[in-house]
Design a protein around this ligand. Structure first.
Ligand code: ADE
Length: 232
């Protein structure tokens, strides 16, 4: 079964509105919505903000039979070509706020784990294909940098770009990636850019988030028709 996670209500309510055969599964802190979207059996949920919520939600989804996971939402653009409304499809995810350098691990590396969690190539190809159908936006294939921080400074953007080569900054993707990777479940993260993570990021985020969340949702809908014909 295909699972679709968004961090916030705005990011999933557009999908829930079209879910048929809708039933709710309630767990501590999380509600999963099971149903059918464009003919595809899905689990849809709001995962909450931050890596802990994302990891917990992903774990519930896997226990309920998720065999492929799409994370959809907004992000702060880090790649210099990204503007508000543009779309990033993940190549891989890293945790930019992990720092175990005192024990000789590179910045961003969780001891004993992969330095970065690569996205699934089939899901990536479907996402890129669908993203290119969203008119008037630039689509970038790139690294997602996740951390429990809202990035809102030029120095913050610069650090993510030079240290990690990140395309965008958000707060959940790498946690989903880490859990899926342990379970051998394919995943991809799709983010539309709500701000450029600099000093105006808080204002831009509040202004553009509901609008650009539609782009990520459009990509998910575009992926459904492509995935419907593929084995799960
Ligand atoms: N999500 C959207 N914009 C973001 C930013 N600037 N930093 C972290 N997460 C975000």
């Amino acid at each position: 079964m295909l699972a679709i996670i968004g961090a916030m209500d705005e990011e999933i309510e557009l999908l829930l509105a079209d879910l048929t055969a809708h039933e709710q599964l309630t767990f501590p802190g999380v509600t999963l919505h099971r149903g059918v979207l464009d003919g595809v059996p899905v689990l849809v949920t709001r995962g909450g903000i931050g890596k802990v919520n994302a990891a917990m939600t992903t774990t519930y989804l896997l226990t309920q039979g998720a065999t492929r996971v799409i994370f959809t939402g907004v992000a702060g653009g880090v790649h210099p070509e990204l503007r508000v409304g543009d779309i990033v499809v993940s190549t891989d995810c890293i945790q930019h706020d992990v720092d175990v350098r005192a024990l000789d691990y590179p910045l961003g590396t969780v001891p004993g784990e992969l330095p970065a969690w690569p996205a699934d190539e089939v899901l990536r190809a479907a996402a890129l294909d669908a993203a290119r159908e969203v008119g008037g936006v630039h689509v970038v294939s790139g690294r997602i940098a996740s951390g429990d921080q809202f990035i809102a400074s030029r120095e913050g953007v610069q650090r993510l770009w030079t240290t990690f080569g990140a395309a965008c900054a958000e707060m959940e993707g790498a946690a989903v990636a880490q859990v899926c990777s342990k379970a051998g479940v394919p995943f991809v993260v799709i983010r539309s850019v709500s701000d450029t993570a600099d000093h105006d990021a808080n204002v831009d985020y509040r202004t553009f988030m509901p609008l650009v969340a539609r782009h990520a949702k459009q990509v998910v809908r575009g992926m459904l028709s492509r995935l419907a014909s593929m084995p799960a």
